[in-house]
Write a protein that binds this ligand. Structure first.
Ligand SMILES: C[S@@+](CC[C@H](N)C(=O)[O-])C[C@H]1O[C@@H](n2cnc3c(N)ncnc32)[C@H](O)[C@@H]1O
Length: 346
């Protein structure tokens, strides 16, 4: 999965800039239009002002830092910075916008999109390297954790043990193959309750994603003061390991269609697995963060919009186009229910 998505020569995310959106393979909240970024900018500005008021450590002239990871072509960064420049010029002057981006190819796409903000944006390879100085910071991502490579595990009901699904070559095709049981440290993430294991069907398949947990742990441990949040397709652990979900959550998408065979065209289609939000939430809490909220995207964005719709709000004009985008972002059958938002803070 790592090679299929990120190999510098043939990885899916290295080759194609226009993968999200109508002409691409899948929609994201960013490809719906600028409203998603504008709503986030409004909320981030409110958090930054609140922090300045509340915390004696946050000097009125200190920089304020926004860190985005998984910025892809830089569109979300542009939407956020455009809104801040026009609506909150006093905060905009203090903002350092950092992008965490390990891929040189994607950095190039982002630099091009963000040319109008070239004096304000800096690039880093990891959250830790972006967080070296102790300013108030908001670290955020949209569909980052569901794009990390997963381990795919199966349940052998007869032997009452887990095994790992590997991939091998059979003549000209990639096929699944059963590997020996995974290391005990990997099974720590799987359900261990006897009642649940007793009802899991043979070959019940699920995923674990240590890469997502490691990323979150690194960001959480490095966050001096501020918020860590993510928008992703995901489930709680209880939903994730439900016995009815026999085939896990790993999926392949191409031109907005679900592919039948996950292995058919590596590098040509997106591969994505739902986030186990319980595991991510616990990882942040173990690093000392407090969980502020875990909601659907619809609830989170409606909470922001309710502040914007108040008569004294200075968000700017709310046009019929804003309403159209808002409906797509929050409608349960579009992006409103399947996307969840976890917000933690220090
Ligand atoms: C599904 S896309 C989402 C793109 C964008 N955030 C949006 O909403 O349109 C996932 C992105 O995360 C990037 N990514 C994967 N691993 C990453 C990492 N360790 N650090 C930063 N970005 C990463 C991928 O290359 C890809 O651009």
């Amino acid at each position: 999965m790592e090679l299929a998505l990120y190999c510098p020569l043939c990885g899916y995310y290295e080759k194609k800039e226009d993968t999200p959106g109508q002409r691409g393979d899948f929609y994201t909240s960013v490809s719906v239009g600028p409203l998603f970024g504008e709503l986030l900018a409004f909320q981030f500005a409110e958090w930054m002002v609140e922090c300045g008021v509340r915390s004696a450590e946050c000097g009125a002239a200190d920089p304020l830092r926004l860190i985005e990871a998984g910025a892809h072509d830089g569109q979300l960064a542009r939407d956020i910075l455009n809104w801040l420049r026009v609506r909150r010029p006093e905060l905009f002057e203090r903002i350092e916008y950092c992008i965490v981006e390990p891929s040189p190819t994607r950095q190039l796409w982002q630099r091009e999109t963000l040319t109008p903000f070239s004096d304000r944006v800096r690039w880093f390879e990891t959250p830790r390297s972006a967080l070296r100085t102790p300013y108030f910071t908001v670290v955020f991502s949209n569909e980052l954790l569901d794009a990390f490579p997963v381990h795919r595990l199966g349940w052998d009901a007869k032997a009452k043990s887990w095994f790992e699904w590997g991939v091998t070559l059979d003549r000209e095709r990639f096929v699944w193959v059963r590997l020996p049981p995974p290391a005990p440290s990997a099974i720590l993430h799987l359900p261990s309750s006897h009642e649940l294991l007793a009802v899991l069907p043979d070959n019940f398949t699920t995923e674990i994603c240590p890469a997502a947990e490691n990323w979150w742990r690194d960001a959480a441990n490095s966050l001096p003061c501020g918020k860590l949040l993510t928008f992703d397709y995901g489930l709680s652990a209880e939903e994730f390991f439900s016995p009815q979900r026999t085939n896990g959550t790993l999926r392949a998408y191409r031109r907005h269609q679900l592919a039948d065979d996950l292995l058919a065209a590596p590098g040509e289609h997106d591969l994505t697995a739902h986030v186990n939000f319980t595991a991510i939430q616990r990882t942040g809490e173990a690093a000392g963060l407090k969980t502020g909220s875990f909601t659907s995207q619809a609830q989170f964005l409606t909470g922001i919009a309710e502040k914007i719709w108040k008569p004294q709000s200075d968000f700017g004009e709310w046009s019929p186009e804003h309403t159209r985008q808002f409906q797509t972002l929050t409608h349960p059958q579009h992006l409103g229910r399947a996307f969840r938002v976890l917000v933690q803070s220090r």
